[in-house]
Design a protein around this ligand. Structure first.
Ligand SMILES: Nc1nc2c(ncn2[C@@H]2O[C@H](COP(=O)(O)OP(=O)(O)OP(=O)(O)O)[C@@H](O)[C@H]2O)c(=O)[nH]1
Ligand SMILES: [Mg+2]
Length: 591
């Protein structure tokens, strides 16, 4: 999930313009286009869960544009929707209501409610490309006349319709007009309006394949085999299994390939020898030389770990996830898992949060805002912060285990699943509260767009470099100084009983436990050059896997659920890490 500026209010002299609409209609794509920012967009409901603010210029007006979480109605039913309705209740100079040309009627229902809020408004009629492919034409002129506000048709992913939109925004800011709300039952009006402005031609059965609301297709409506097959246990589960295997295969294969054949030879064969000879020639002072190119050399490990061991997996993971997100397949996968997830107090839709957690825990935890009760969110956050390795950590685990023994990799992931399920089962009984009744929207299946995938990947890689790689470089720098000054050895001796006695690892394996507090993958990477046995590798990897979440994750937990729960997570993760590590060390001794 890309970074965005927090809510706040519009900067002085800026017009406040809100982007609001139902989930998954393309609000964030419109926002990115108008502001030049790169907030997350994906083909399922609930991608945006908080406010993103960006600035742009429309004619003579500097504008502060706000991207809001999607909402079906103004009677908010979850935390993400509340954010949207609260903003609408505040002051705004203009509201851009993004409507879906494919599901016009339900969009109009929301448009009518928003118009009642009494802000000047423009309706953006998005996704007209998909609507046209389905034989749906919407008379935007007539709709504008009936609603009493401008209606601009757009294809946001292809930047179509934005000149007209900019023109209308400038007009609306110059001469703000509060729309006159239509009187009557909003459902009846939207149905009547929809009939009046929408013409369907040819076979419009696609329209009814999967309705906008509800995970299960409407039983009275015709369903095409192709799409329905994905959410029936047979052959849906087989297809899901194959899709998952292919995804893992591509992530691992591509990541390893980039690392082994491209990045490692490049840095180890060319860059490092160059850096070593440069530093040796230029730096006379031994300690500084060692800090730069020694055991934890900033110029060696600070480049090798974040950029050659982890970055390839970040690239391959987000390539695969971006494609999956953009097709709209993930919610179908979620429907299939609903039954299994029900056993651990969750819903199938939470599988999307878990999947995002394999990238980074923070978006995984935040995404549940749009889909769950507090109980479900706590269970999910615990599973993620305890047992879901983020992509950096996965890269580190691969680097540690795959070269020594490829079989150790499935063992560690099996362990992670077991702990995850165990935590779910226990917390379902312990945490008070109910399961949500939320019905999950089923988006239209779309062919992924190269431009969108590229944009998402650039956003994720930039995000990794700023929030992942740079802190890692700083941590390596600190480790290097601590190592060369002997402080690390002192800390190691302090932790020795736990490390050597309980975990049966060499004393120096205390180092990752200290560094891991900063970044999770640092609980694993320093073990690389310690010549550990297979059992010790497994102990080290599992301690690293379950050990404390990154500082940023603890801060997120505390903000979302309170300090008590964040502290509880710290205790739980440390206890689990040492318990599992110690048990493996003892069981391993018999093997
Ligand atoms: N074909 C087509 N796809 C679009 C268009 N606009 C957006 N999309 C796709 O629709 C999906 C949803 O886009 P987002 O911008 O994430 O939607 P959102 O309204 O912000 O969604 P939430 O944050 O979940 O409320 C993405 O996969 C986009 O690539 C469009 O005009 N045509
Ligand atoms: Mg969005």
């Amino acid at each position: 999930m890309a970074c965005h500026t927090p809510a706040g209010s519009a900067p002085q002299g800026h017009k406040e313009v809100l982007l609001i609409g139902p989930p998954n209609v393309g609000k964030s794509v419109v926002f990115n286009h108008l502001t030049g920012m790169n907030v997350s967009m994906a083909n399922y409901a609930g991608t945006t869960v908080d406010i993103a603010r960006g600035t742009g210029r429309f004619g003579e007006f500097p504008v502060s544009l706000v991207d809001l979480p999607g909402t079906y109605t103004l009677a908010a039913s979850n935390q993400a929707e509340e954010v949207a309705t609260d903003m609408l209740a505040g002051p705004a100079d203009l509201v851009l209501i993004v409507a879906d040309a494919v599901h016009l009627e339900s969009s109009l229902f929301l448009v009518l409610q928003i118009l009642e809020a009494g802000h000047p408004a423009i309706v953006i009629l998005n996704r007209i490309d998909v609507a046209r492919r389905r034989g749906i034409e919407v008379d935007a002129g007539l709709l504008a006349e009936r609603l009493g506000v401008p209606v601009v048709p757009t294809v946001a992913v292809r930047s179509e319709g934005f000149d007209a939109l900019r023109h209308e925004v400038v007009q609306a800011l110059r001469e703000p007009r509060v729309p006159v709300p239509l009187r009557g039952d909003p459902w009846e009006i939207s149905e009547e309006l929809c009939r009046a402005v929408q013409q369907t031609s040819g076979d419009d059965s696609d329209l009814h394949d999967l309705p906008p609301h509800g995970a299960v297709p409407h039983p009275r409506r015709r369903i095409r085999f192709g799409e329905n097959a994905l959410i029936q246990p047979w052959p849906g589960l087989l297809i899901a299994g194959l899709a998952l295997l292919t995804a893992v295969g591509i992530i691992v294969g591509l990541g390893m390939g980039m690392r082994q054949f491209l990045l490692l030879p490049l840095v180890r064969g060319h860059l490092f020898p160059l850096l070593r000879s440069l530093v040796t020639a230029l730096v006379g002072q031994e300690m500084i030389r060692n800090i730069l190119i020694g055991e934890y050399g900033l110029l060696i490990k600070g480049i090798e770990w974040p950029f050659t061991l982890v970055l390839p997996y970040v690239i391959s993971f987000y390539l695969v996830i971006s494609i999956m997100e953009d097709t709209g397949y993930l919610p179908r996968f979620a429907v299939l898992l609903d039954g299994a997830f029900g056993k651990i107090g969750l819903r199938g839709s939470h599988s999307i949060s878990l999947l995002l957690g394999y990238g980074c825990a923070i978006p995984g935890i935040l995404s549940s805002r749009a889909m769950g009760s507090r109980k479900e969110r706590i269970i999910l956050a615990t599973m993620i912060s305890l047992a879901v390795p983020c992509i950096s950590q996965t890269g580190a685990i691969f680097a540690l285990l795959a070269e020594a023994n490829l079989l150790l990799v499935p063992v560690i992931f099996l362990l992670s699943f077991m702990v995850m399920i165990g935590a779910g089962l226990i917390l379902d009984r312990l945490v008070p509260g109910t399961r949500s009744r939320l019905v999950y929207e089923m988006p239209v299946l779309l062919v992924p767009q190269r431009r969108v995938i590229l944009r998402k990947m650039i956003g994720q890689i930039r995000h990794y470099i700023i929030d992942g790689a740079l802190p890692m470089v700083v941590a390596v720098g600190i480790a290097s100084v601590l190592y060369e000054t002997g402080i690390l050895a002192y800390l190691g001796r302090f932790l020795a009983p736990l490390v050597t006695g309980w975990l049966r690892l060499p004393e120096e394996a205390a180092v990752p436990l200290v560094l891991g507090v900063v970044r999770r993958e640092l609980t694993v990477l320093p073990l690389l050059d310690m010549g550990l046995s297979p059992v010790q590798l497994l102990v080290g990897a599992s301690v690293g896997l379950f050990y404390v979440p990154c500082i940023a994750v603890v801060a997120t937990l505390s903000r979302e659920f309170g300090v008590r729960i964040a502290f509880g997570h710290l205790l739980l993760t440390v206890a689990t890490a040492f318990l599992v590590g110690g048990v493996i060390a003892r069981v391993g001794a018999f093997l």
